[in-house]
Ligand binder design. Sequence first.
Ligand SMILES: [Mn+2]
Length: 338
Amino acid sequence: MPSSPVPDFARALIGLVRSCRRVLLTGPKDVDGDSLGACLALATALERLSDAQVVVAADVGWRYRDLPRAGDCVPDAEVRGPFDLAVVLDGDRRRLSSDIAAVFASASHQAVIDHHRSTEGQGYDLALVDATSASTAELVHAVLAAWQVPLDADLACLLLTGVAYDTGGFRHTNTTPQTLRLVADLVEAGADYSPVVVRTASERRKAGLLLLGHTLHGASFHADDRVVVGVVRRAKLAEVGAEPGDLDFIVDQLLYVQGVDVAILAVERGTDAQPRVKLSLRSRGGTNVCAIAAALDPCGGGHQRAAGVVLEGQLDAVLAQRVLPMIQQALDSLPPAR
Ligand SMILES: [Mn+2]
């Protein structure tokens, strides 16, 4: 069904949950602060308002281990159905891990809460999709407000984690007056602003710092220095002992350079025999990187200024033959002089 307004969605969701024995909440395959913060905040509220058993599926990495209730998450591979309702937050069903996809599909009902432009409500029993929202956490906050769930320090911390992650620590252009007013409310409700924002949007492990340094050192410029590309090879990931989360925010470091419109972080995945490339794309000009990601592969997408896609092929060839020409074309089609 198409997306409903928040009050209608909130009413329908809690009505459905109260008829369920087991409910699954999940983000897409790669957990981030927004998907996890949104899932855990929604789980907390649903448990207060219903008798349903709520399972949050997530492979929680080092960055999020200390979040309230993070210890209750069930790793994707250990999640067992059946569920009466499965809800995907901060992404759509195409982006679920392979372990979760089958469990999700076999649930009696399915719902989505998301702010990605590439997500559609069709194919779900309930949908709350709003691409104008800076984060899924903000949508969950609106649902909690509709349910009149009072914010405590844990809920505020979870929601602040989501908002801080998706705004890049309140630096991205998606940061609105509404976002900042919500942040003030969350801090007032007990969220510990500085530690939460630093952990969510800045902190690295040693391996991550080594990867950042290596990537910046090898960065290359294209299209009259309007495009910058950082590359991370499999061997480097192994050498530093990289874990999920160690590549966070490297693409933003590449983007915030004078004269740069588009930044690309290209990470080598797959194997020598079956190479793949994971691209993180960021824009701060008029280039719509979501459209570029979607044009490169049907599973690519995200937001106008922050998108991702995984492509088959050898990294250098994929960049030179497919990605950079498409970005050059997009830059050429923009109006001159901003
Ligand atoms: Mn998000």
